[in-house]
Structures are given as C-alpha cells and as structure tokens.
Ligand binder design. Structure first.
Ligand SMILES: Cc1cc2nc3c(=O)[nH]c(=O)nc-3n(C[C@H](O)[C@H](O)[C@H](O)COP(=O)(O)OP(=O)(O)OC[C@H]3O[C@@H](n4cnc5c(N)ncnc54)[C@H](O)[C@@H]3O)c2cc1C
Length: 488
C-alpha cells in the first residue's frame, strides 16, 4: 500500500496524526505532498506575511524530511485536480490529511474527496488541528457549547481522562524509516517574489524547528510569569507561538503536554516562598483552550464566519451615517492616525511587524466597533490581511467578542476606555514611544493623552505633528450602547 500524506495547516513531522497513520499503515511507502493552491493564491485573503511564514515552514519541513531520507513533493494547482494526478503518478492507493474547520476548507476537502472517489483512490481525514473536536465536546444535553467556562471544564476533564492526569513521558514520535523517498517530480519551493507577492514585513521564523525552540524557551521561563505579564504592553509576556499553532508547525497536544510537564517545575519553584497571583501554566493552557473553543464555534456554527454569532445583532446599525466620513475613520484606524496613542501604536505595530499582542488587539477592536461605530467585519478583514497568525476561527472569535456580537462576548455596555487601558497596560509609555515616532519625546505626564501637551512643549518635543483625536470617546461609547440597548 502507498499513501500520500497531504500537508495543509500541519507543517510538521512530530505528532502529526495523519502522517503517523500513513506511516503505520503504509509500511515504507508514504509520499509527503504539499500543493500550492492556485485558488487560494489568487484569492483576496492572501496575506504576504502569512505566505512568507508558510514558505519558511515548508522549507524547514522539506529539510526535516530530507534528514529522514525523504523529501517534500510540491505541486501547484487545484488540490482536487492535482491529488488524483499524483496518486496515479506514484501508484498511491490512498490520500490522508488532517481536517480543518473553516467553511471554505470543508468545501475544498469535499471536492477533493469526490475527485479521489471518482479516481478510485481512498481518502481519509483525521483530527489534528485541535485536541478535541466537534461531537467530542458537547454539553450533557448533547448541544454545542456556547459559553467558554463549562467548555474549558469539560476540555480539562477530558484531557485528564486521556492521560490519567499526568503529562505523558514519551511524546508521540514520528518514525522516519517508514517514509518513501519519492522519485517523482517536485516543483522547487518558490520565493515570495516568484509567487508575485511583495514582502511587507521581515521574516517571522516559520517552521517546526523554530516552533520547538520557541516553546522550549517559553516553558523554561516565560510561562511561569505568564499569569502576571500576559497583558503587559511594556514587556513581551506571551509565547508568540500563535503563527505556529496557525500553520501546525506546533502540535497543540505537544504544547499542552509540555506545559503541564512544566507545571511540575512551577510547583517546585513557587510553592514555598513566592506566591504567584495566578498559576502561569494553567492560565496559558486556558488560552490554548480558547483557541479550541473558537475552532469549535466556527465548525458547528458556520454562519458566524461572516455573520453575527448572535443573530439578534443583525439589526444593529453600524457607521456614523456618512459613508465618506466612515471611510476616512476606517483609514485613520488602519494607518494608526486616530489620535489615541495606544490604538495608533498597536496598529502601527501590526502594519510594520505583522503581529500585535492580545491586549492591544482587544483595545483596537473595541475602538473600531464602539468608538468609530464601524462594523467588526471591516476589522476582521484587515487583521486577516496583516496578521502572521491570522486564523479564521480565533480572529472571528476575537472580533465578535470585542464587538459584543459573539458567543460569550464582552457585554455591550463594557467599553474599553483607550486612555485608561493605556495607563494600565503601558504605564511608562514604552510601547507607545516605540511605535509612534512623533511621541518619542513626549513628556511622561502627557503620553497617554497628548491633547494636553502645552503648545510650547509640543513645539519643543516635536509632538505637534501627532494627530488630534478623530472622535470623542465619551460621546461615541454612549451612541453604541444606545444602539445595542435598542435591540432588546
Ligand atoms: C480582535 C482579535 C483578533 C484576534 N485574531 C487572532 C488571529 O487571527 N489568530 C490567532 O491565533 N489569535 C487571534 N487572537 C487571539 C490572541 O490575540 C492571539 O492568539 C495571541 O495574541 C497570540 O499571541 P501568543 O501566541 O503570544 O499567545 P499566548 O498568550 O502565548 O497564548 C498561547 C496560544 O493560545 C491561543 N490564544 C491565546 N489567546 C487567545 C484568544 N483570545 N483566542 C483564541 N486563541 C487564543 C493562541 O493560539 C496562542 O498562541 C485575536 C484576538 C482578538 C481580540
């Protein structure tokens, strides 16, 4: 038996469910394949920063396959056309792949399954992108969860059930000797430029090798401070693993196993002298479970992909009533020119690096929806164009949480005050000064609200060129709250 393993958003060898199954079932005859999907490459959703990360990850994958005596077979085209062709060319009886949750991926996979069926080639899909999926995670009454806390409780209980409550000693391993060295033709891995795309930000270190190093570094130190520092905008208090979760260069199971193993270490460190306000490992795992929650939401409620999860919000009015003015406000938000330093710093970070911390994402998302009164889908789309970790499920979940249209969302009457958020999470203005050059010399007492800089000091410190606020927070938040209230 020969099996093609079709890589998609699982660009790793270690603990790859479909690849492991292929290796187990097709002794010595697995053909690792990746297809540059021309439909996706031509689509509006292509983000240069993610394409770049994907190419870096593919390069690393091919290098690791070569170390195992194999190599990646790369093709370009439509998967439903290329896979039956490849199966014929290599004499493969089956194509295995790991499932995805987005409506678009599900539609593509069903086209592939039909095409393979017609070609008399077996097609099997596996759970891999999350630890628990769909029907495994239902309430006692058999319904999908719509609230996070009971979802997490059940998720953790299931995890304990899986592993007897202990981190497993031997992580699942990949067996390189079972791969076949494919002799067929492979395209060379293209550069971003060869794909006709211009890089917008520096490379982000894609690949399984980088992911393992980043995880080890974070679990050795950062995770133990995570409970305290994760919201800080002044220091890097989080793992930065999101692009690796996005492209599957890190297995979610390995991430959680390794984190719980690190908790034993954390217990030793903090049990006596220092009392941690929150256990870092538990808080971190909880965030990983949020990722699974949003995947489940998208899988079981596909309408949320482009519509309000809470359909009562369909009647909500967005915009200020003047389309031209709305477009100007949106452009100011995208460019980081709103006159609210914390919002502008975050948007400039996104535009220049392809990343933004979670706290900043919540601040700018709240600002777009509740201060500029603009539809969350505009922000969702912009984030997908710019984020290296842009993930349909987490991005949609984050936006609908912020817009108060989602499941288990921020209540509509709780609106972030950008100035207070700034004072709390960037107290000394390090983050603002890093991304807003105009405010680099702004005196500390005005950094969160430069409208208060006296004209003379503004001239001396060159802060006068920083834009004035495009809206008045106090007024705008009441307008949006009234619109939500009117829905009841
Ligand atoms: C408006 C908005 C949009 C977002 N868009 C995305 C997106 O496109 N892709 C994405 O991966 N995350 C998104 N998030 C969630 C979160 O901001 C990022 O996952 C996090 O900032 C990534 O940094 P990290 O890897 O250092 O996370 P850590 O804090 O180290 O967390 C570990 C992992 O848990 C997951 N995670 C953490 N927070 C969340 C969360 N709130 N929701 C879902 N998963 C989470 C991520 O996979 C992350 O890598 C969004 C949040 C908001 C508010």
């Amino acid at each position: 038996m020969k099996v093609i393993h079709w890589f998609r958003r699982d660009l790793r060898l270690l603990d790859n469910t479909s690849l492991m199954a292929a290796c187990a079932e097709a002794a010595g005859a697995v053909i690792p394949v990746f297809i540059l999907d021309t439909r996706l490459l031509a689509g509006a959703g292509v983000a240069p920063v993610r394409l770049q990360f994907m190419l870096e990850s593919l390069r690393d994958l091919d290098a690791n396959l070569r170390k195992s005596g194999s190599r990646l077979i790369l093709r370009k085209g439509l998967p439903e056309v290329e896979l039956p062709k490849l199966a014929k060319e290599f004499g493969a009886n089956a194509v295995y792949f790991n499932r995805d949750v987005t409506p678009r991926a599900i539609a593509r996979d069903s086209r592939v399954a039909s095409a393979l069926n017609e070609a008399a080639v077996d097609c099997k899909s596996f759970k891999d992108v999350v630890v628990f999926e769909g029907a495994e995670m239902l309430t006692k009454d058999g319904h999908p969860y719509t609230v996070f806390t009971p979802f997490k409780r059940n998720w953790l209980a299931k995890w304990d059930g899986l592993n007897g409550g202990a981190p497993i000693k031997n992580l699942p391993n990949f067996s390189p000797q079972t791969l076949l060295l494919p002799t067929g033709v492979s395209l060379p891995l293209p550069t971003l430029k060869e794909l006709g795309v211009t890089a917008t930000v520096p490379g982000q270190g894609g690949g399984e090798t980088q992911a393992a190093a980043l995880l080890a570094k974070f679990l050795a130190d950062g995770v133990h401070k995570y409970g305290t520092l994760r919201d800080s905008l002044t220091v890097d208090g989080t793992s930065r693993l999101s692009p690796h979760f996005r492209f599957g260069t890190l297995s979610p199971r390995i991430a959680v196993h390794s984190a719980f193993a690190a908790r034993m270490e954390e217990g030793n460190r903090f049990s006596t002298a220092i009392k941690q306000p929150e256990n870092g490992v538990d808080v971190w795992v909880s965030e990983v479970v949020w990722r699974e929650f949003y995947m489940q939401i998208l899988q079981l409620h596909p309408h949320a992909y482009s519509g309000n999860f809470n359909r009562a919000c369909d009647a909500l009015q967005w915009g200020g009533g003047n389309a031209k003015k709305d477009a100007e406000l949106f452009a100011a938000w995208c460019d980081g020119r709103t006159g609210y330093p914390i919002v502008d710093a975050a948007m400039r970070q996104l535009n220049t690096t392809g990343w933004m911390p979670n706290r900043a994402r919540m601040i700018v998302a709240s600002f777009l929806c509740k201060d500029l009164l603009l539809d969350w889908r505009l922000g969702q789309r912009y984030f997908m164009q710019k984020l290296v970790d842009g993930d349909p499920a987490a991005n949609n979940g984050g936006w609908q949480w912020s817009a108060s249209t989602g499941t288990d969302a921020q209540p509509y009457f709780r609106v972030f005050n950008p100035t207070l958020q700034s004072e709390k999470f960037d107290p000394t203005g390090v983050y603002i000064r890093k991304y807003i050059r105009d405010l680099a010399r702004c005196p500390q007492e005005f950094i969160h609200d430069p409208t208060k800089v006296p004209p003379m000091i503004a001239l001396q410190t060159n802060t006068a060129s920083y834009p004035k606020p495009v809206v008045d927070h106090a007024k705008q938040k009441d307008i949006m709250a009234a619109r939500f209230k009117a829905l009841k």
